[in-house]
Ligand binder design. Structure first.
Ligand code: F0G
Length: 349
């Protein structure tokens, strides 16, 4: 049967009315792939939920389709978001689909190239501001209060509603509930959404246990772990370069109530995992996404994940989003004369 997209597929779990338009690019239904390498390293069953396979290349599409649909239902002509990149790419595309305008506020110079190119190509009104994501989000909140624009950041509850469907999918694909659910934490909407999804699936009688939620923040942008705001967050994983997460309390509750944790991974650990996932699994994710695998390896090493556990790591965004980091991290192509002898000599044939 043809996949109908998040709103239609999961409508019984979503706040959909007969006036909600089905705005979709057929998002969701992303692959859950067994990670042979990380499973071997940890003696666990590790699966990668590849959200980079969504239409705009990130998990944001799951919630954006609904947020945009509800904005249209409300009669809005424009949506607005602050973004480290993926939210803006998704909002811009879905706004086009719905025939409304999209305004994007991004921190200057800190958006990965692929994401910026998406917002530009979809015709969003893009503003770079001299501030970080947290400051951009404050500006967006004020715009939402004063002007008839709908905020489509994850402070919009419909974003969380749509994103919670990722948890349903994990359970359906696995045919079970994972012991651990590993996820990068930035503005903390996604960990909130997955935890909500698991709980609702349990309440609906679809599953009878819950995973431990293990969230990971980058060392230079770890306000929840540190217990205080980070004024100038910095990390190579620009998607999660956030010092004052909007869903801070909900993320803490998800970790606490599930018996999990939110902890730190360093940029080096993120980059190591980023390279391993690409080179050993054949899956290209963006740096922030690799925090889930980096964190899983770290907790396993620290003896906090028992052998034999089933772990789902969410790979939140596609590697093509951030070509600069990929090229910086990888081996440069060898420049050789255009002769077969030159190639085979280097290959050692
Ligand atoms: N991974 C990627 C690739 C992201 O783009 C984000 C957030 C996260 C993880 C963290 O998710 O914020 O729900 O905790 N990106 C937002 C954006 C902030 O603007 O695109 P979160």
């Amino acid at each position: 049967m043809r996949w109908k997209g998040v709103i239609e597929e999961y409508k019984e779990y979503l706040p959909v009315t007969n006036k909600t338009p089905f705005v979709t690019f057929y998002e969701g239904n992303t692959p859950l792939i067994e990670s042979r390498h990380v499973s071997r390293l940890t003696n666990c069953k590790v699966y990668l939920k590849y959200e980079g396979a969504n239409p705009t290349g990130s998990f944001k599409d799951r919630g954006m389709c609904l947020a945009i649909a509800k904005a249209v239902e409300k009669g809005r002509q424009a949506v607005i978001c602050a973004s480290t990149g993926n939210t803006s790419a998704s909002a811009a595309a879905y706004a086009v689909r719905a025939g409304i305008d999209c305004i994007v506020i991004i921190p200057k110079g800190k958006i990965a190239l692929g994401k910026l190119s998406q917002a530009i190509m979809h015709g969003a009104k893009v503003f770079e501001v001299d501030g970080n994501f947290d400051e951009a989000l404050n500006l967006v909140r004020e715009m939402g209060e004063k002007y008839p624009v709908e905020i489509v950041n994850s402070i919009n509850p419909f974003r969380i509603e749509g994103q919670k469907t990722g948890a349903f999918e994990v359970c359906n694909q696995l045919g079970a509930v994972p012991d651990f659910h590993a996820i990068p934490v930035g503005n903390a909407g996604n960990i909130t959404a997955y935890w909500k999804g698991y709980n609702e699936y349990k309440a609906a009688g679809k599953i009878n246990s819950l995973p431990k939620m293990i969230g990971f923040q980058a060392e230079g942008a770890a306000p929840i772990v540190l217990g205080h705001l980070v004024k100038n967050p910095e990390t190579v994983a620009t998607a999660i370069r956030i010092g004052n997460p909007a869903s801070w309390k909900q993320a803490e509750a998800a970790a606490r109530d599930s018996g999990g944790s939110i902890s730190i991974v360093t940029d080096q650990e993120i980059l190591d995992a980023y390279k391993v996932i690409a080179a050993k699994e054949g899956i290209f994710c963006e740096p922030a996404s690799a925090a889930s695998v980096a964190g899983t390896l770290k907790l396993h090493k620290a003896g906090k994940i028992p052998e034999g556990s089933t772990i789902v790591c969410v790979l939140t965004g596609h590697g093509l989003k951030d070509p600069d980091t990929a090229i910086k991290q990888g081996t440069k192509p060898a420049l050789v004369p255009c002769k077969i002898t030159e190639i085979v000599k280097r290959l050692g044939y």
